[in-house]
Design a protein around this ligand. Structure first.
Ligand SMILES: N[C@@H](CCC(=O)N[C@@H](CS)C(=O)NCC(=O)O)C(=O)O
Length: 191
């Protein structure tokens, strides 16, 4: 049985919830209060962070690594393209995710200039989506999953206006039609 150590409000956990849902993998959830983390979480992850995936006795932290593990362990439906170059470009976006997360968390801390820096990174994603329908390439996949939790929260919780970014807005609408993403919209609305 798979267990996900989870916090609903955590976008990194959302990356894992989405992949588990897309692949229809059965799992149980242990919900953590991030404001009052239990001491035992350090036995699961020495950094004390969620998500952590437990697959029988195997423990794995780090959302991007967990998603790669799930993709290899449960290959269907595939969430990376078959073409190695297309897959590598998708992985490059995941690898460079901190280009988005740094201004995102800076804006959450209300730092000067963060709004503009986040806007510039969102414009870069919009340019990628002008050239191809998904961040992963021609099909939806793990690069889209890696970014969508923050884009949803930026729009719905931080009032970041995406209307000047049509390709990003259309991508968001297309993704929101997927049950795995619609479930995350509900989580964001409830948290
Ligand atoms: N690089 C980690 C980041 C996970 C992370 O920062 N999780 C947050 C919750 S959204 C957390 O557990 N924070 C507690 C802390 O940093 O002590 C991943 O991708 O899984």
């Amino acid at each position: 049985m798979i267990t996900l150590y989870n916090a609903d409000r955590c976008p990194y956990c959302a990356r894992v919830r989405i992949v588990l849902a897309e692949k229809a993998i059965e799992y149980e959830t242990v919900e953590l209060d991030l404001d009052d983390r239990p001491a035992w979480i350090y036995e699961k992850n020495p950094l004390g962070r969620v998500p952590v995936l437990e697959d029988d006795a195997f423990l794995l932290p780090e959302s991007a690594v967990i998603d790669e593990y799930l993709e290899e362990r449960y290959p269907e439906p595939a969430l990376w393209p078959a073409d190695p170059a297309e897959r590598a470009l998708g992985r490059l976006l995941v690898f460079r995710f901190d280009h988005l997360s740094k201004p995102y968390y800076a804006l959450r801390r209300d730092e000067d200039g963060a709004h503009g820096r986040l806007g510039a990174e969102l414009a870069k994603l919009n340019a990628v989506l002008d050239a191809q329908p998904y961040l992963t390439g021609r099909e939806y996949g793990l690069a889209d999953v890696a970014y969508i939790p923050w884009i949803l929260r930026a729009r719905d919780r931080m009032n970041v206006d995406l209307r000047s970014l049509p390709a990003l807005t259309e991508w968001l609408e297309r993704l929101s039609a997927r049950p795995a993403i619609a479930a995350e919209l509900d989580v964001v609305a409830a948290s």
